[in-house]
Design a protein around this ligand. Structure first.
Ligand SMILES: Nc1ncnc2c1ncn2[C@@H]1O[C@H](COP(=O)(O)OP(=O)(O)OP(=O)(O)O)[C@@H](O)[C@H]1O
Ligand SMILES: [Mg+2]
Ligand SMILES: [Zn+2]
Length: 440
């Protein structure tokens, strides 16, 4: 596949104008308004998770600001003038791009900012794009702050980061901030479909969806995986090939597993773990898919019949509804928590297989768990029950502890143990528990 001259899809499909940006309408709208009304801030901060379009948007904004062909009432760069072409190749004299990850020292910043007072060579503005800006050292941030506080009118700053919490307040307060969101599953699938059409690729049913699911909202990741899949299986990759390349388990199988676990089938969990480990699947990816499925089940249960916002093929809905019902909302919360925790720990676990097995077996017991409300109301009933015989407290406590194996020395009748009243201490502990969980 990778013939000479082959460009990886992520390079080939870098958005060149605002209209190409997928899934960030709030950002596009605000920036295009600012450009057409000529109210462009002096400093921007683009934040959001990996591969959602921060660097691309920084370049599009730079192009739009310096494009020589842009109409006064338009906001899209022409993409053809010398400025637009050079900025897209990161070779423009007026646009200084700096990767703070590899240039984090104060001298790096000073060197880049030296030209801040020079008039732009060709365009209207000198634009400084600082990527991964959270990586700057404290003194580098201070050097930057001085310029950002009062930049010359021909200067614009665009800072981008995946970690806004690491940026000093002094810098944050001087920037207009835009949060790039994770792109939805539906939007990614649609975008990939367009690219496949353009590239004359014919993925089988469900392939793009599986690829999009793995990307978790990151466009670069989605496209990178499509590239990898095509490199492996050519222009018509099928779902089975995708599952093999990425070490995935099909959604149908995952749903079968969750349904079996909901019925208390612990063996199904152990067999599933065996299959995943013995076939060399990527266990973290498999757990990620299970977490995704658990989230969908939660949405189905919380929706109470309203299916809007549930991003699954209509043919899967009946099975999902059945599984959601089998777990109940409490069970689903527990399911999602246990799976998320297992996914987080599995890469570092000394015995990942045991971790996965115990998690799945625990999940098979969900059906037998009682909700907190039921447990507390049962305790309440016990508290209100009449005392059949007065006994001293230490005796009753002993009886309670050893109630599975009655101690003949105590000789307490069974009914006595069940009906005894709660002590004052037990009552107050029960009240505290109820307060803590907001149950009255
Ligand atoms: N919103 C988007 N619309 C269309 N394509 C996108 C979008 N976001 C990312 N991409 C694709 O991913 C590639 C990388 O995007 P970009 O470099 O802009 O992401 P980023 O947010 O800067 O990522 P990072 O946090 O890793 O720096 C682009 O070339 C493009 O193919
Ligand atoms: Mg970037
Ligand atoms: Zn142009």
């Amino acid at each position: 596949m990778a013939e000479p001259g082959y460009t990886v899809l992520t390079r080939k499909y870098r958005p060149a104008k605002f209209a190409d940006m997928v899934g960030q309408p709030h950002v596009v709208k605000a920036l295009s308004n600012a450009i057409t009304t000529n109210r462009v801030a002096q400093a921007f901060l683009f934040t959001g998770s990996r591969g959602t379009g921060k660097t691309s948007t920084a370049r599009i904004l730079a192009c739009a600001l310096n494009c020589s062909e842009r109409k006064p009432d338009g906001f899209e760069p022409c993409g053809k003038c010398a400025s637009c072409r050079d900025i897209a190749r990161s070779e423009d004299l007026d646009v200084v791009e700096m990767d703070a990850a590899s240039n984090s020292r104060v001298d790096d910043v000073r060197e880049r900012l030296e030209s801040v007072d020079t008039r732009p060579a060709r365009g209207r503005y000198r634009i400084f794009i600082i990527d991964e800006v959270h990586m700057l050292s404290t003194s580098a941030f201070n050097a930057l702050l001085k310029t950002i506080e009062e930049p010359p009118p021909h200067v614009k700053f665009i800072l981008a980061t995946t970690n806004p919490e690491k940026i000093p307040e002094t810098i944050l307060s001087r920037c207009q901030r835009y949060d790039f969101r994770r792109v939805t599953l539906g939007e990614i699938v649609e975008w990939l479909e367009g690219i496949c059409k353009n590239e004359k690729l014919k993925p089988g049913d469900g392939v793009l969806r599986a690829v999009a699911e793995m990307a978790e909202g990151g466009m670069r990741d989605a496209l990178g995986r499509l590239d990898q899949l095509v490199a492996f299986s050519g222009e018509r990759p099928g779902l089975e090939e995708a599952e093999r390349v990425f070490g995935l388990v099909s959604r149908g199988k995952l749903l079968d597993l969750l349904q079996a676990l909901a019925k208390g089938d612990a063996r199904a969990g152990v067999l599933f773990a065996e299959e995943v480990f013995d076939s060399g699947k990527d266990v973290a990816e498999v757990l990620a898919s299970l977490v995704g499925l658990a989230r969908t089940l939660l949405l189905v249960a919380a929706g109470g019949g309203d299916d809007r916002g549930i991003d699954v093929p209509a043919s899967e809905l009946p099975a999902l509804k059945e599984a959601a019902k089998a777990y109940g909302i409490h069970g689903l919360v527990y399911l999602a928590e246990l799976l998320t925790d297992c996914r987080q720990r599995v890469r570092r676990a000394a015995f990942p297989r045991v971790l996965v097995e115990t998690t799945l077996v625990k999940l098979s017991m969900v059906g037998r768990l009682e909700s907190l409300e039921v447990l507390l109301s049962r305790l309440d009933e016990a508290a209100d029950a009449p005392v059949s015989k007065t006994r001293n407290e230490s005796q009753s406590a002993n009886a309670e502890i050893s109630h599975q194996e009655p101690n003949p020395a105590q000789n307490a009748p069974a009914s006595d143990k069940q009906n005894r009243a709660l002590s004052e201490r037990e009552k107050s502990a029960l009240d505290a528990l109820k307060r803590q969980f907001g149950v009255s």
